[in-house]
Design a protein around this ligand. Structure first.
Ligand code: NAD
Length: 295
């Protein structure tokens, strides 16, 4: 019998402002599905991140079809799952759990979502030498995506050099020695001078973290820029890079395509990514071409 309703949710801390409920439910409404996306905020529940196991079991027992998982539970959830999809296993982080026949399987649609956004928005850019600024949770996911897309070498830079070194080590173990390196922030100018493009994965540019992650003088028209921050869509980096004439991908595409991939996993139905890109332009504000193309 075909399913006629879906119940999904998001587990994390401080998730009140999340755009995920609107992104999923708007698309489900357009498809004529009964689809509820609930927020399960560990802060509001007064529990710590370790409670994620109990929450996942409760959601499964109460008939949820799946869950998104966000900070600070993406690693902690793994021990409570029955199986992992390959990207989630490689990264050691899960942002999507699917319940099927009583089993919980973990996926990582941050990796597949960034890859899909990049392939769509910056389809023909050179990928031999990529610099990535930011080695946190999002940084690990997008570095996996960039190397999976065929980047020759990714040099990771972070204000915490130990983090950059740790991520580069993980990437080399997974993708092969020499595919990743790390550099300290004082070497960024030199690395950017020889790079094809930059992936930006720090919080700089969000309302709470205004500013640029590195001086605008380091930008040049030949560099492509892929931003992960998406609130606002037009970060200071996106604006400065467009002014210089760089090919630019804003962070809205990653946010949409991680939701596209999760929606497909939850329902088995194909979401309309163009409509969801228009949704994020409205929900997150700022400039974004409806087709999500680099502009
Ligand atoms: P995080 O705190 O885990 O990691 C951020 C890293 O950036 C840290 O290692 C920090 O040391 C480093 N950093 C901060 N400022 C820096 C600077 N000026 N120069 C060099 N390194 C610096 O955060 P996260 O979970 O990785 O998230 C980062 C951003 O990614 C968030 O702001 C969020 O908006 C965005 N994000 C977007 C999507 C999307 O779908 N588009 C998904 C996840 C996260």
């Amino acid at each position: 019998m075909a399913k006629d309703s879906y119940l999904v949710g998001l587990i994390g801390s401080g998730i009140g402002p999340s755009l995920s409920p609107a992104l999923h439910e708007r698309e489900a409404d357009r498809q004529g599905l009964r689809y509820l996306y609930r927020l399960i905020d560990i802060d509001a529940l007064g529990v710590g991140p370790q409670a994620v196991g109990d929450l996942v079991r409760a959601a499964r027992d109460l008939g949820f079809d799946g869950l998104n998982i966000t900070h600070p539970c993406k690693q902690l959830v793994i021990e409570h799952l029955d199986a992992l999809a390959p990207q989630a296993e490689a990264l050691g982080a899960v942002n999507t759990v699917v319940f099927e026949d009583g089993r919980a399987t973990g996926h990582n649609t941050d990796v597949t979502g960034f890859a899909a956004s990049f392939a769509r928005g910056l389809p023909d850019v050179p990928l031999e030498r990529v610099v990535q600024v930011g080695a946190g949770g999002a940084g690990a996911a997008v570095a996996h995506a960039t190397l999976t897309l065929g980047a020759g070498r990714v040099t990771v830079v972070d204000a915490l050099p130990g983090r950059a070194a740790g991520l580069a080590g993980d990437l080399n173990r997974h993708f092969g020695e020499g595919r990743a390196a790390f550099a300290t922030p004082d070497r960024l100018a030199e690395r950017l001078a020889h790079a094809d493009g930059v992936v930006h994965a720090t919080p700089m540019g969000m309302a709470a973290h205004p500013g640029l992650p590195f001086p605008a003088e380091l930008l040049r028209a030949e560099l492509w820029i892929a931003e992960v921050v998406y609130r606002p869509l037009e970060t200071e980096l996106v604006r400065a890079a467009r002014e210089v004439g760089c090919a630019v991908l804003d962070g809205g595409g990653m946010a949409v395509f991680q939701a596209v991939d999760a929606f497909r996993l939850f329902t088995g139905k194909e979401p309309d990514s163009a409509r969801m890109l228009a949704d994020i332009a409205e929900l997150a504000g700022g400039a974004q071409s409806p087709a999500g193309k680099a502009v």
